[in-house]
Design a binder for this molecule. Structure first.
Ligand SMILES: Cc1cc2nc3c(=O)[nH]c(=O)nc-3n(C[C@H](O)[C@H](O)[C@H](O)COP(=O)(O)OP(=O)(O)OC[C@H]3O[C@@H](n4cnc5c(N)ncnc54)[C@H](O)[C@@H]3O)c2cc1C
Length: 410
């Protein structure tokens, strides 16, 4: 890696943001290096197989706000399969499937809470989602759980202003082949240095000098796309240190946790009438969303988020499998587990190159996304999902932020 020549831009991180930036720099004819700490590209977009030939996303899976999502056109160009069905919301509570009236009541409760939050934000105020919403309703725990999925943090830790700023078009399209597959195809032609963690960045001189696991790189500018978990942990040493306002921006947008637990079965073990996606609070009153038979495959994906995800992740993979199996048994019968044939349990909180799932603005801190995106001295530039004010916590928001950062440099 050590090279006496100076590249125009050194990009740190080959996730969606880094790949978007690299493609844009290549199109502009600029020289760049793409430095990735792990053994693969894609970052929080990564697809494995839960069974031979059956893709399973460990990270992002849904193409959110699809009509505004620039990655959809790549899914089309690569011939990947996706559906436009979006989420299906069933309920299994009190040992039975919820009725249409229950679904309507839950939907009405959500709308009402969203209206309250819109009102607070429109008046220029901010507080936590917990403070803004009704606490004593039958649907409150379900609402809180869905909110924690959006932010990978719990409702007391999430800013209403940030929540309202998200540009949701209600089009959420899942990819059969995996979102990770899309990102790896997107980056296939891009030169990248893998296993090349950046340890230190010296931006005291005219050029920026990066100390990496494979030697030293000198660049006119650096684009940092690492997660806020990495920045907050101080995994990269800066000389001089980042200014206080930048540290405050990082601290105002901490990364939470969100895990996907996949259990595959050797046959279709689910109730034939069960909805594809449903939420249940069986066994312990803790809500959990499950998707069954995605794209017709015999597996289930269960989602944990926020503090509960942290707790279950620490309890371990077997504890996570046992936990989901107990919920499934309560819905589909005890025999279901006899047919389990494979599993995948993610552990994003423990991922050394992310340290969590995605960012959530703390109450009063929504403005920090724009601050985080601000460059320093036109030499240190910032991108990544946490810098997006309207598409944070998404793959396309990260991708767009990488492009914007390069356009700002140009
Ligand atoms: C479980 C889960 C489910 C999700 N579901 C969805 C979804 O359905 N739809 C959606 O749109 N989004 C979803 N997201 C969010 C989405 O995946 C992320 O917002 C997006 O992928 C982030 O991209 P990024 O480029 O900002 O960061 P990253 O993907 O984290 O990329 C940063 C890269 O930097 C590398 N790196 C870290 N430290 C260093 C270092 N010192 N030196 C060099 N490289 C380093 C990392 O290895 C990583 O590859 C989900 C995320 C998770 C975790």
């Amino acid at each position: 890696m050590t090279n006496s020549s100076v590249v125009d831009v050194a990009i740190v991180g080959a996730g969606a943001a880094g790949l978007g930036a690299a493609r844009t720099l290549a199109a502009l004819g600029k020289s760049f290096v793409l430095l990735e700490a792990s053994h693969r590209i894609g970052g929080r977009g990564y697809t494995e197989e839960i069974l031979p030939g059956v893709p399973f996303d460990l990270g992002c899976h849904w193409m959110h706000s699809a009509s505004l999502n620039p990655l959809v056109k790549f899914a089309d160009a690569f011939g990947l399969t996706y559906t436009k069905d979006g989420y299906e919301r069933g309920i299994f509570a009190n040992d039975t499937w919820g009725t249409d009236e229950d679904l309507t009541a839950m939907g009405r409760f959500y709308d009402c809470q969203n209206d309250k939050m819109q009102e607070i934000a429109a008046g220029g105020g901010d507080c936590s989602v917990l403070e803004a919403t009704e606490r004593e309703n039958r649907w409150t725990p379900f609402f809180d759980y869905f909110c924690s999925l959006d932010f990978s943090s719990d409702v007391d830790q999430v800013s209403v202003a940030d929540m309202v700023a998200y540009h949701d078009t209600d089009e959420n399209w899942p990819l059969k082949d995996g979102y990770g597959t899309l990102l790896s195809r997107l980056g296939a032609g891009t030169p990248v240095s893998l296993n090349c963690a950046v340890r230190a960045i010296d931006w005291s001189g005219r050029n920026v000098v990066l100390e990496t696991a494979k030697g030293t790189v000198t660049a006119g500018r650096v684009l940092l796309t690492v997660s806020n978990g990495i920045l907050a942990a101080g995994d990269i040493r800066f000389t001089p240190d980042l200014p206080d306002w930048k540290h405050q921006a990082v601290a105002g947008l901490p990364i939470g946790n969100y895990n996907r637990i996949g259990l595959a079965f050797d046959r279709d073990v689910f109730d034939p009438d069960a909805p594809f996606g449903f939420i249940t609070d069986v066994v312990d009153d803790v809500p959990m969303a499950l998707s069954i038979r995605p794209f017709g495959f015999n597996y289930v994906v269960a989602i944990t988020s926020g503090r509960f995800a942290d707790w279950l992740e620490r309890a371990g993979q077997q504890a996570s499998i046992d936990y989901v199996e107990k919920k499934l048994q309560a819905v589909f019968g005890a025999d279901i587990t006899k047919h389990r044939s494979a599993s995948i349990v993610t552990a994003w909180g423990g991922d050394p190159w992310v340290r969590g799932a995605y960012s959530a603005a703390r109450p009063g801190q929504a403005h920090q996304r724009a601050r985080l995106a601000e460059p320093l001295d036109d030499r240190l530039h910032f991108a990544g999902e946490a810098t997006s004010s309207d598409f944070y916590a998404t793959a396309h928001g990260a991708y767009l932020s990488g492009i914007s950062a390069v356009e700002a440099m140009a």
